[in-house]
Write a protein that binds this ligand. Structure first.
Ligand code: AMP
Ligand code: MG
Length: 490
Protein backbone atom coordinates (compact mmCIF):
# COMPACT_ATOMS: atom_id res chain seq x y z
CA UNK A 1 0.00 0.00 0.00
CA UNK A 2 1.39 3.37 -0.96
CA UNK A 3 1.43 5.82 1.91
CA UNK A 4 1.32 9.51 1.24
CA UNK A 5 1.47 10.86 4.74
CA UNK A 6 2.60 14.36 5.48
CA UNK A 7 3.61 15.93 8.78
CA UNK A 8 3.04 19.61 8.10
CA UNK A 9 2.13 20.29 11.73
CA UNK A 10 5.28 18.73 13.16
CA UNK A 11 7.27 20.65 10.57
CA UNK A 12 5.53 23.97 11.23
CA UNK A 13 5.72 23.94 15.05
CA UNK A 14 8.55 21.55 15.95
CA UNK A 15 8.44 21.90 19.76
CA UNK A 16 4.87 20.55 19.94
CA UNK A 17 5.54 17.08 18.51
CA UNK A 18 7.97 14.34 19.29
CA UNK A 19 9.03 11.55 16.90
CA UNK A 20 7.64 8.31 18.30
CA UNK A 21 6.78 4.80 17.17
CA UNK A 22 3.82 2.56 17.89
CA UNK A 23 4.28 -0.48 20.12
CA UNK A 24 4.30 -3.89 18.48
CA UNK A 25 0.91 -5.65 18.41
CA UNK A 26 1.37 -9.44 18.74
CA UNK A 27 -1.49 -10.62 16.49
CA UNK A 28 -3.46 -7.71 15.01
CA UNK A 29 -6.92 -8.63 13.81
CA UNK A 30 -9.43 -6.26 12.21
CA UNK A 31 -12.70 -5.93 14.11
CA UNK A 32 -14.45 -3.17 12.19
CA UNK A 33 -13.50 -1.04 9.20
CA UNK A 34 -15.25 2.07 7.93
CA UNK A 35 -15.05 1.41 4.19
CA UNK A 36 -16.76 4.64 3.03
CA UNK A 37 -14.42 6.70 5.22
CA UNK A 38 -11.41 4.77 3.90
CA UNK A 39 -12.45 5.61 0.35
CA UNK A 40 -12.97 9.24 1.33
CA UNK A 41 -9.33 9.26 2.47
CA UNK A 42 -8.24 7.78 -0.84
CA UNK A 43 -7.42 4.42 0.79
CA UNK A 44 -8.57 1.10 -0.62
CA UNK A 45 -10.72 -0.82 1.92
CA UNK A 46 -9.57 -4.16 0.48
CA UNK A 47 -5.95 -3.18 1.02
CA UNK A 48 -6.69 -2.03 4.56
CA UNK A 49 -8.12 -5.49 5.25
CA UNK A 50 -4.91 -7.16 4.06
CA UNK A 51 -2.15 -8.11 6.50
CA UNK A 52 -0.16 -5.05 5.50
CA UNK A 53 -3.22 -2.82 5.88
CA UNK A 54 -4.04 -4.11 9.36
CA UNK A 55 -0.39 -3.60 10.30
CA UNK A 56 -0.76 0.04 9.24
CA UNK A 57 -3.88 0.36 11.42
CA UNK A 58 -1.81 -0.50 14.51
CA UNK A 59 1.01 1.82 13.47
CA UNK A 60 3.48 -0.59 11.86
CA UNK A 61 4.71 1.69 9.10
CA UNK A 62 7.95 1.66 7.11
CA UNK A 63 10.94 3.15 8.89
CA UNK A 64 11.08 6.15 6.60
CA UNK A 65 7.52 7.20 7.53
CA UNK A 66 7.82 9.56 10.50
CA UNK A 67 5.13 9.26 13.18
CA UNK A 68 4.76 11.61 16.15
CA UNK A 69 3.19 12.07 19.55
CA UNK A 70 1.78 15.54 20.18
CA UNK A 71 2.16 17.51 23.37
CA UNK A 72 -0.45 19.79 24.92
CA UNK A 73 -1.50 21.12 28.29
CA UNK A 74 -5.01 21.49 29.63
CA UNK A 75 -7.39 22.58 32.32
CA UNK A 76 -8.90 19.38 33.68
CA UNK A 77 -12.03 19.94 35.79
CA UNK A 78 -10.83 23.52 36.27
CA UNK A 79 -7.28 22.72 37.41
CA UNK A 80 -4.28 23.35 35.16
CA UNK A 81 -2.07 20.46 34.03
CA UNK A 82 1.03 21.92 32.36
CA UNK A 83 1.90 18.81 30.37
CA UNK A 84 -0.55 16.24 29.06
CA UNK A 85 -0.12 15.13 25.46
CA UNK A 86 -0.70 11.92 23.55
CA UNK A 87 -0.11 9.43 26.34
CA UNK A 88 -1.35 6.47 24.33
CA UNK A 89 -1.86 7.98 20.90
CA UNK A 90 0.17 8.54 17.78
CA UNK A 91 -0.21 10.72 14.70
CA UNK A 92 0.52 8.49 11.71
CA UNK A 93 0.34 11.46 9.43
CA UNK A 94 -1.85 13.82 7.46
CA UNK A 95 -3.58 12.81 4.27
CA UNK A 96 -5.36 14.92 1.69
CA UNK A 97 -8.78 13.35 1.20
CA UNK A 98 -10.71 13.08 -2.07
CA UNK A 99 -12.34 16.45 -1.36
CA UNK A 100 -8.93 18.07 -0.99
CA UNK A 101 -9.20 18.43 2.80
CA UNK A 102 -6.22 17.75 5.04
CA UNK A 103 -7.08 15.09 7.65
CA UNK A 104 -5.06 13.59 10.52
CA UNK A 105 -4.86 9.82 10.76
CA UNK A 106 -4.32 9.10 14.43
CA UNK A 107 -4.14 5.99 16.58
CA UNK A 108 -5.41 5.52 20.12
CA UNK A 109 -4.06 2.64 22.19
CA UNK A 110 -0.77 2.33 20.29
CA UNK A 111 1.50 2.15 23.33
CA UNK A 112 3.12 4.38 25.94
CA UNK A 113 4.72 7.64 24.89
CA UNK A 114 6.86 10.09 26.87
CA UNK A 115 3.53 11.75 27.81
CA UNK A 116 1.98 8.61 29.29
CA UNK A 117 2.55 9.63 32.91
CA UNK A 118 1.18 6.68 34.94
CA UNK A 119 -0.82 5.11 32.08
CA UNK A 120 -0.07 1.87 30.27
CA UNK A 121 -0.48 3.41 26.80
CA UNK A 122 -3.09 0.83 25.87
CA UNK A 123 -6.77 0.75 25.04
CA UNK A 124 -9.30 -2.07 25.19
CA UNK A 125 -11.94 -3.22 22.79
CA UNK A 126 -15.17 -2.08 24.51
CA UNK A 127 -14.26 1.61 24.85
CA UNK A 128 -12.70 1.77 21.38
CA UNK A 129 -15.84 0.31 19.79
CA UNK A 130 -17.81 2.76 21.91
CA UNK A 131 -15.90 5.69 20.40
CA UNK A 132 -16.35 4.20 16.93
CA UNK A 133 -20.10 3.82 17.41
CA UNK A 134 -20.79 7.18 19.02
CA UNK A 135 -18.55 9.24 16.75
CA UNK A 136 -20.15 7.66 13.68
CA UNK A 137 -23.60 8.34 15.18
CA UNK A 138 -22.63 11.98 15.71
CA UNK A 139 -21.44 12.23 12.11
CA UNK A 140 -24.71 10.78 10.85
CA UNK A 141 -26.58 13.33 12.97
CA UNK A 142 -24.73 16.03 11.05
CA UNK A 143 -22.58 17.06 14.01
CA UNK A 144 -18.92 17.99 13.43
CA UNK A 145 -16.78 15.21 14.89
CA UNK A 146 -13.64 13.19 14.53
CA UNK A 147 -14.41 10.01 12.61
CA UNK A 148 -13.47 6.40 13.21
CA UNK A 149 -11.69 4.43 10.52
CA UNK A 150 -11.15 1.09 12.23
CA UNK A 151 -10.80 -0.89 15.43
CA UNK A 152 -8.16 -3.61 15.51
CA UNK A 153 -7.64 -6.16 18.25
CA UNK A 154 -3.98 -6.33 19.12
CA UNK A 155 -3.92 -9.87 20.52
CA UNK A 156 -2.71 -8.51 23.85
CA UNK A 157 -4.50 -8.80 27.14
CA UNK A 158 -4.80 -5.47 28.92
CA UNK A 159 -5.67 -5.12 32.56
CA UNK A 160 -8.56 -2.82 33.44
CA UNK A 161 -11.12 -3.84 36.05
CA UNK A 162 -10.28 -7.32 34.81
CA UNK A 163 -8.34 -8.64 31.82
CA UNK A 164 -9.64 -7.20 28.55
CA UNK A 165 -8.76 -7.65 24.88
CA UNK A 166 -6.36 -4.90 23.81
CA UNK A 167 -7.38 -2.78 20.80
CA UNK A 168 -6.29 0.18 18.72
CA UNK A 169 -8.71 2.73 17.29
CA UNK A 170 -7.73 4.69 14.21
CA UNK A 171 -9.44 8.02 14.09
CA UNK A 172 -9.57 10.76 11.53
CA UNK A 173 -9.71 14.43 12.44
CA UNK A 174 -9.57 17.80 10.72
CA UNK A 175 -6.60 18.21 13.08
CA UNK A 176 -5.70 17.53 16.68
CA UNK A 177 -5.14 21.16 17.61
CA UNK A 178 -6.79 21.78 20.95
CA UNK A 179 -7.25 24.73 23.28
CA UNK A 180 -4.72 22.85 25.41
CA UNK A 181 -2.21 22.96 22.56
CA UNK A 182 -2.36 26.76 22.70
CA UNK A 183 -2.04 26.73 26.48
CA UNK A 184 1.11 24.65 26.15
CA UNK A 185 2.55 26.91 23.44
CA UNK A 186 1.78 30.02 25.50
CA UNK A 187 3.59 28.55 28.51
CA UNK A 188 6.52 27.55 26.33
CA UNK A 189 6.72 31.09 25.02
CA UNK A 190 6.74 32.48 28.56
CA UNK A 191 9.38 29.98 29.62
CA UNK A 192 11.76 30.95 26.87
CA UNK A 193 11.12 34.63 27.46
CA UNK A 194 9.53 34.96 24.02
CA UNK A 195 9.71 38.28 22.26
CA UNK A 196 8.73 41.30 24.33
CA UNK A 197 5.05 41.89 23.79
CA UNK A 198 4.53 43.61 20.48
CA UNK A 199 7.70 42.35 18.83
CA UNK A 200 7.68 39.45 16.46
CA UNK A 201 9.84 36.46 17.29
CA UNK A 202 10.09 34.15 14.29
CA UNK A 203 10.49 31.07 16.53
CA UNK A 204 7.65 31.92 18.91
CA UNK A 205 5.78 28.59 19.17
CA UNK A 206 2.54 30.40 19.96
CA UNK A 207 2.68 32.50 16.83
CA UNK A 208 3.73 29.53 14.69
CA UNK A 209 0.83 27.52 16.11
CA UNK A 210 -1.70 30.31 15.59
CA UNK A 211 -0.50 30.87 12.01
CA UNK A 212 -0.72 27.14 11.34
CA UNK A 213 -4.23 26.96 12.80
CA UNK A 214 -5.40 29.85 10.62
CA UNK A 215 -3.90 28.34 7.47
CA UNK A 216 -5.33 24.90 8.17
CA UNK A 217 -8.78 25.71 9.55
CA UNK A 218 -9.68 29.31 8.83
CA UNK A 219 -7.73 30.31 5.70
CA UNK A 220 -10.49 32.78 4.82
CA UNK A 221 -9.05 35.00 7.58
CA UNK A 222 -6.04 35.64 5.35
CA UNK A 223 -8.30 37.06 2.68
CA UNK A 224 -10.42 39.19 4.97
CA UNK A 225 -7.81 40.66 7.32
CA UNK A 226 -4.44 39.64 5.90
CA UNK A 227 -1.80 38.95 8.53
CA UNK A 228 -1.01 40.78 11.75
CA UNK A 229 -2.63 41.18 15.15
CA UNK A 230 -6.19 41.26 13.87
CA UNK A 231 -5.88 37.85 12.28
CA UNK A 232 -5.35 36.29 15.73
CA UNK A 233 -8.42 38.00 17.15
CA UNK A 234 -10.28 36.75 14.10
CA UNK A 235 -9.00 33.23 14.82
CA UNK A 236 -10.43 33.51 18.31
CA UNK A 237 -13.75 34.71 16.90
CA UNK A 238 -13.97 31.82 14.39
CA UNK A 239 -13.21 29.22 17.05
CA UNK A 240 -15.76 30.86 19.36
CA UNK A 241 -18.41 30.66 16.63
CA UNK A 242 -17.53 27.07 15.72
CA UNK A 243 -17.80 26.03 19.35
CA UNK A 244 -21.10 27.85 19.86
CA UNK A 245 -22.53 26.01 16.85
CA UNK A 246 -21.12 22.70 18.08
CA UNK A 247 -22.62 23.02 21.56
CA UNK A 248 -26.01 23.85 20.01
CA UNK A 249 -25.70 20.63 18.02
CA UNK A 250 -24.87 18.63 21.16
CA UNK A 251 -27.68 20.15 23.17
CA UNK A 252 -30.15 19.55 20.36
CA UNK A 253 -29.68 15.77 20.51
CA UNK A 254 -29.07 15.42 24.25
CA UNK A 255 -25.37 14.65 23.87
CA UNK A 256 -23.29 14.97 27.03
CA UNK A 257 -19.56 15.04 26.32
CA UNK A 258 -18.65 14.30 29.92
CA UNK A 259 -15.10 15.62 30.00
CA UNK A 260 -14.98 19.08 28.46
CA UNK A 261 -11.45 19.78 29.62
CA UNK A 262 -9.53 22.29 27.50
CA UNK A 263 -7.40 19.46 26.08
CA UNK A 264 -10.60 17.95 24.72
CA UNK A 265 -11.79 21.08 22.88
CA UNK A 266 -10.68 21.40 19.27
CA UNK A 267 -9.76 24.49 17.30
CA UNK A 268 -11.50 23.01 14.26
CA UNK A 269 -14.86 22.81 16.05
CA UNK A 270 -15.06 19.02 15.85
CA UNK A 271 -16.23 16.91 18.78
CA UNK A 272 -13.25 14.95 20.10
CA UNK A 273 -12.45 12.34 22.73
CA UNK A 274 -15.33 10.02 23.29
CA UNK A 275 -14.52 8.72 26.73
CA UNK A 276 -17.30 9.20 29.27
CA UNK A 277 -19.81 10.76 26.86
CA UNK A 278 -23.41 9.55 26.68
CA UNK A 279 -26.84 10.59 25.45
CA UNK A 280 -29.46 11.80 27.88
CA UNK A 281 -32.75 9.86 27.98
CA UNK A 282 -35.12 11.68 30.33
CA UNK A 283 -34.82 15.45 29.94
CA UNK A 284 -33.04 16.94 32.92
CA UNK A 285 -30.37 19.65 32.60
CA UNK A 286 -28.57 18.24 35.67
CA UNK A 287 -27.90 14.91 33.93
CA UNK A 288 -24.34 13.65 34.45
CA UNK A 289 -23.10 10.15 33.60
CA UNK A 290 -19.37 10.39 34.23
CA UNK A 291 -18.31 8.61 37.39
CA UNK A 292 -15.63 11.21 38.17
CA UNK A 293 -17.81 14.28 37.58
CA UNK A 294 -19.25 14.25 41.06
CA UNK A 295 -19.77 18.03 41.09
CA UNK A 296 -21.71 18.00 37.83
CA UNK A 297 -19.28 20.42 36.21
CA UNK A 298 -19.95 18.90 32.79
CA UNK A 299 -23.67 18.21 33.26
CA UNK A 300 -25.89 18.54 30.17
CA UNK A 301 -27.14 21.99 31.09
CA UNK A 302 -23.67 23.29 31.98
CA UNK A 303 -22.12 22.58 28.60
CA UNK A 304 -22.60 26.05 27.08
CA UNK A 305 -21.07 27.73 30.15
CA UNK A 306 -18.17 25.26 30.19
CA UNK A 307 -17.49 25.87 26.49
CA UNK A 308 -17.32 29.59 27.23
CA UNK A 309 -15.03 28.92 30.19
CA UNK A 310 -12.71 26.95 27.91
CA UNK A 311 -12.79 29.73 25.33
CA UNK A 312 -11.66 32.13 28.06
CA UNK A 313 -8.61 29.90 28.61
CA UNK A 314 -8.03 29.95 24.84
CA UNK A 315 -8.19 33.75 24.88
CA UNK A 316 -5.69 33.91 27.76
CA UNK A 317 -3.26 31.80 25.76
CA UNK A 318 -3.69 34.05 22.72
CA UNK A 319 -3.35 37.36 24.60
CA UNK A 320 0.31 38.07 23.68
CA UNK A 321 -0.66 37.89 20.01
CA UNK A 322 -3.79 40.03 20.21
CA UNK A 323 -2.24 43.44 20.92
CA UNK A 324 1.07 44.91 22.11
CA UNK A 325 -0.67 46.28 25.18
CA UNK A 326 -2.04 43.62 27.52
CA UNK A 327 -5.00 45.71 28.64
CA UNK A 328 -6.03 46.32 25.06
CA UNK A 329 -5.61 42.59 24.34
CA UNK A 330 -7.88 41.68 27.26
CA UNK A 331 -10.48 44.16 26.10
CA UNK A 332 -10.51 42.75 22.56
CA UNK A 333 -10.75 39.18 23.76
CA UNK A 334 -13.49 39.96 26.27
CA UNK A 335 -15.63 41.51 23.59
CA UNK A 336 -15.48 38.34 21.48
CA UNK A 337 -16.00 36.12 24.50
CA UNK A 338 -19.15 38.05 25.39
CA UNK A 339 -20.47 37.41 21.88
CA UNK A 340 -20.47 33.70 22.70
CA UNK A 341 -23.43 33.95 25.07
CA UNK A 342 -25.48 36.05 22.68
CA UNK A 343 -24.71 33.80 19.72
CA UNK A 344 -25.31 30.59 21.65
CA UNK A 345 -28.70 31.76 22.94
CA UNK A 346 -29.78 32.84 19.49
CA UNK A 347 -28.72 29.59 17.81
CA UNK A 348 -30.12 27.39 20.58
CA UNK A 349 -33.49 29.11 20.43
CA UNK A 350 -33.55 28.73 16.65
CA UNK A 351 -32.67 25.04 16.96
CA UNK A 352 -35.28 24.21 19.56
CA UNK A 353 -37.92 26.18 17.70
CA UNK A 354 -37.12 24.25 14.52
CA UNK A 355 -37.22 20.96 16.44
CA UNK A 356 -40.86 21.68 17.33
CA UNK A 357 -41.70 22.66 13.77
CA UNK A 358 -41.75 26.44 14.11
CA UNK A 359 -40.33 28.74 11.49
CA UNK A 360 -40.07 31.75 13.79
CA UNK A 361 -38.08 31.35 17.02
CA UNK A 362 -40.42 31.44 20.02
CA UNK A 363 -38.83 31.99 23.43
CA UNK A 364 -42.02 31.47 25.42
CA UNK A 365 -43.05 28.18 23.79
CA UNK A 366 -39.54 26.74 23.95
CA UNK A 367 -39.00 27.78 27.57
CA UNK A 368 -42.32 26.36 28.70
CA UNK A 369 -41.72 23.10 26.85
CA UNK A 370 -38.39 22.51 28.57
CA UNK A 371 -40.14 22.95 31.93
CA UNK A 372 -42.79 20.41 30.98
CA UNK A 373 -40.23 17.88 29.72
CA UNK A 374 -38.21 18.18 32.88
CA UNK A 375 -41.17 17.88 35.22
CA UNK A 376 -42.25 14.57 33.68
CA UNK A 377 -38.73 13.35 32.84
CA UNK A 378 -39.84 12.84 29.24
CA UNK A 379 -37.49 11.04 26.86
CA UNK A 380 -35.69 13.85 25.01
CA UNK A 381 -35.32 11.94 21.73
CA UNK A 382 -38.72 10.31 21.49
CA UNK A 383 -40.61 13.46 22.43
CA UNK A 384 -39.82 15.30 19.19
CA UNK A 385 -40.71 12.32 16.98
CA UNK A 386 -43.93 11.85 18.93
CA UNK A 387 -44.74 15.54 18.62
CA UNK A 388 -44.40 15.29 14.84
CA UNK A 389 -46.62 12.18 14.85
CA UNK A 390 -49.20 13.88 17.08
CA UNK A 391 -48.82 11.32 19.86
CA UNK A 392 -46.72 13.31 22.33
CA UNK A 393 -49.55 13.81 24.83
CA UNK A 394 -49.14 10.23 26.03
CA UNK A 395 -45.70 11.05 27.37
CA UNK A 396 -46.99 13.51 29.99
CA UNK A 397 -48.74 12.91 33.29
CA UNK A 398 -49.94 16.50 33.43
CA UNK A 399 -51.92 16.16 30.24
CA UNK A 400 -53.76 19.46 30.61
CA UNK A 401 -50.54 21.46 30.82
CA UNK A 402 -49.17 19.74 27.73
CA UNK A 403 -52.43 20.16 25.78
CA UNK A 404 -52.49 23.85 26.53
CA UNK A 405 -48.92 24.20 25.30
CA UNK A 406 -49.68 22.09 22.22
CA UNK A 407 -52.65 24.26 21.33
CA UNK A 408 -50.56 27.43 21.41
CA UNK A 409 -47.88 25.73 19.34
CA UNK A 410 -50.40 24.51 16.78
CA UNK A 411 -51.55 28.09 16.22
CA UNK A 412 -48.02 29.04 15.17
CA UNK A 413 -47.29 26.16 12.79
CA UNK A 414 -46.97 26.66 9.04
CA UNK A 415 -50.07 25.70 7.04
CA UNK A 416 -48.98 22.35 5.51
CA UNK A 417 -48.96 19.68 8.25
CA UNK A 418 -47.23 17.04 6.09
CA UNK A 419 -44.39 19.44 5.37
CA UNK A 420 -44.09 20.30 9.07
CA UNK A 421 -43.78 16.63 9.94
CA UNK A 422 -41.24 15.98 7.21
CA UNK A 423 -39.17 18.92 8.38
CA UNK A 424 -39.27 17.80 12.01
CA UNK A 425 -38.43 14.18 11.20
CA UNK A 426 -35.43 15.33 9.21
CA UNK A 427 -34.13 17.23 12.23
CA UNK A 428 -35.12 14.93 15.12
CA UNK A 429 -33.45 11.52 15.16
CA UNK A 430 -35.40 8.34 15.81
CA UNK A 431 -32.24 6.42 16.75
CA UNK A 432 -29.45 7.57 19.02
CA UNK A 433 -26.90 5.30 20.72
CA UNK A 434 -28.94 4.63 23.84
CA UNK A 435 -26.81 3.80 26.84
CA UNK A 436 -28.37 0.45 27.72
CA UNK A 437 -28.21 -0.67 24.08
CA UNK A 438 -24.62 0.49 23.70
CA UNK A 439 -23.61 -1.43 26.83
CA UNK A 440 -25.33 -4.58 25.60
CA UNK A 441 -23.61 -4.36 22.22
CA UNK A 442 -20.17 -3.71 23.71
CA UNK A 443 -20.45 -6.56 26.16
CA UNK A 444 -21.32 -8.98 23.36
CA UNK A 445 -18.47 -7.60 21.20
CA UNK A 446 -15.96 -8.04 24.02
CA UNK A 447 -16.88 -11.72 24.01
CA UNK A 448 -16.55 -11.92 20.23
CA UNK A 449 -20.18 -11.47 19.10
CA UNK A 450 -20.29 -8.39 16.88
CA UNK A 451 -23.88 -8.81 15.65
CA UNK A 452 -25.54 -6.46 18.22
CA UNK A 453 -22.83 -3.83 17.62
CA UNK A 454 -23.33 -3.95 13.88
CA UNK A 455 -27.10 -3.78 14.22
CA UNK A 456 -26.89 -0.73 16.48
CA UNK A 457 -24.27 0.91 14.26
CA UNK A 458 -26.52 0.39 11.24
CA UNK A 459 -29.42 2.06 13.08
CA UNK A 460 -27.52 5.13 14.24
CA UNK A 461 -25.84 5.60 10.86
CA UNK A 462 -29.27 6.39 9.38
CA UNK A 463 -30.81 8.04 12.43
CA UNK A 464 -33.74 9.90 10.88
CA UNK A 465 -35.37 7.01 9.07
CA UNK A 466 -37.62 4.69 11.08
CA UNK A 467 -37.24 1.04 10.05
CA UNK A 468 -39.35 -1.96 11.04
CA UNK A 469 -37.53 -4.39 13.32
CA UNK A 470 -35.52 -1.75 15.15
CA UNK A 471 -38.25 -0.76 17.65
CA UNK A 472 -36.22 -1.87 20.68
CA UNK A 473 -33.41 0.52 19.74
CA UNK A 474 -35.77 3.48 20.11
CA UNK A 475 -36.91 2.50 23.59
CA UNK A 476 -35.63 4.48 26.57
CA UNK A 477 -33.64 2.81 29.29
CA UNK A 478 -36.27 1.28 31.60
CA UNK A 479 -35.04 3.22 34.65
CA UNK A 480 -34.57 6.50 32.74
CA UNK A 481 -30.81 6.02 32.78
CA UNK A 482 -30.52 7.10 36.41
CA UNK A 483 -28.10 4.33 37.33
CA UNK A 484 -25.93 4.60 34.22
CA UNK A 485 -22.25 5.53 34.72
CA UNK A 486 -19.40 6.18 32.28
CA UNK A 487 -15.64 6.14 32.82
CA UNK A 488 -12.55 8.09 31.70
CA UNK A 489 -9.18 6.75 30.62
CA UNK A 490 -10.57 3.44 29.49
P1 AMP B 1 -8.75 12.19 28.27
O1 AMP B 1 -9.24 13.22 29.24
O2 AMP B 1 -9.42 10.88 28.32
O3 AMP B 1 -8.76 12.76 26.87
O4 AMP B 1 -7.22 11.85 28.62
C1 AMP B 1 -6.37 12.71 29.31
C2 AMP B 1 -4.92 12.32 29.13
O5 AMP B 1 -4.67 11.01 29.66
C3 AMP B 1 -4.41 12.32 27.72
O6 AMP B 1 -3.17 12.95 27.75
C4 AMP B 1 -4.29 10.85 27.38
O7 AMP B 1 -3.29 10.62 26.42
C5 AMP B 1 -3.92 10.24 28.73
N1 AMP B 1 -4.28 8.81 28.86
C6 AMP B 1 -5.51 8.28 29.02
N2 AMP B 1 -5.45 6.92 29.15
C7 AMP B 1 -4.14 6.58 29.06
C8 AMP B 1 -3.40 5.35 29.13
N3 AMP B 1 -4.01 4.17 29.30
N4 AMP B 1 -2.06 5.41 29.01
C9 AMP B 1 -1.42 6.57 28.84
N5 AMP B 1 -2.04 7.76 28.78
C10 AMP B 1 -3.39 7.79 28.89
MG1 MG C 1 -8.24 13.83 25.56
Amino acid sequence: MELQFEQTYADAVPPLSMPWRAAQAPTPELVVLNAPLARELGLDPAELRSEQGVALLVGQVPEDVPTVAQVYAGHQFGGYSPRLGDGRALLLGEVIDVHGRRRDLHLKGSGRTPFARGGDGKAVIGPMLREYLISEAMHALGIPTTRSLAVVRTGETVLREGPQPGAVLSRVAASHLRVGTFEYAAALRRGTGGAPTGEVDADDPLRLLADYAIDRHYPEIRESVGSGDNSYLELFRRVMRAQAALIVDWMGVGFIHGVMNTDNMTISGETIDYGPCAFMDAFDPATVFSSIDSGGRYAYGNQPAMAQWNLARFAEALLPLLAPDQEVAVELATEVLTEFGVLYNELALERLSAKIGLVEPDTALVGELLGLLQRDRVDFTNFFRALAADTAGELFTDRAAFDSWAERRAAKLPADPAAVRRGMDALNPAYIPRNHKVEEALLAATFGDLAPFERLLGAVQTPFEVRAGLEDLAEPDPDGGRGFRTFCGT
